[in-house]
Design a protein around this ligand. Sequence first.
Ligand code: PBG
Length: 326
Amino acid sequence: MTSDQYPHLRRLRRNATLRDMLNENRLAASEFIYPMFVVNGSGVRTPIEPMPGIDQISLDIAVEEAQRAMEAGVKSVLLFGIPDEKDATGSGASSPDEAVQRAVQAIKKASPETYVITDVCLCEYTDHGHCGIINGNDVDNDATLPLLAQTAVSHADAGADMVAPSAMMDGQVAAIRAGLNEAGFSDTPVMGYSAKYASAFYGPFRIAADSAPQFGDRRAYQMAPNQGREAMREVEADLDEGADIIMVKPALAYLDVIKEASMRFDTPLAAYNVSGEYSMIAAAGQAGWLDRERAMMEVLTSIKRAGADLIITYSAIEAAEIIAKG
Ligand code: PBG
């Protein structure tokens, strides 16, 4: 074989300028969403052991964190609340005095430009740790819907810009849409956690949010990792119910699902780079087994390349700072 008989792909990789000119997928801080774990009280910053750099924070610190994110170019945050007390129906979830509702209010007041999204679920608020109310050994789908709708309305009342239901109850997007409309929030978009898998990669989150199920697991409502086509049905269902943005979660082990959803649907697509994905890289980085920053940027790039328009990531601020440095 002579050199004119094969394509010379290396010609376009010869120097950094050319590589930069031909970059197909550039990450931008504006597409990152930064999750925060909010607790009651003030001045609280409790490290989350498996997630170095991420803490449980009270609302005053959440305000500072939202401002730090904004300075880095990350304009959107996703709030999770951790209540002091839990009960069977997760009644704290829709309380106007709980950490999330108060944090939304405080962040919107201090930093009106910050786009505040709230996670709508009951698992942090139920004493059994499931995402809905229990009937026998099962999570009761239809009995849970009004509670999710109430929770979403309480977030919108507090000033949330967007709500994101993650309970994986059938009909949750429709119930929340109707609840919001009725309460006068017809302009508040819903981002559905459409294709959400029952994943081991939520482990660190459940430590962070103290939301591990106290019996059983979530396999009767979250999807099995084996399912690809079923994910498309979940996305379609959310779209039928009025979701404005769809989501695939987790991201890294489900890049094929992100890719397929991005090709099939024209609705904006979010991907959730979940806690376990963050912890793996943090741990391997601490052990000196890989270059943490490079691994982090590579994973985020892969999620973008798969077709995500928005990336929810605990690395948002750090990645944005790296992007800004060029
Ligand atoms: C609530 C919820 C979970 C996550 C987001 N919303 C946990 C779960 O379903 O068990 C996981 C996020 C992460 O791991 O970063 N249902």
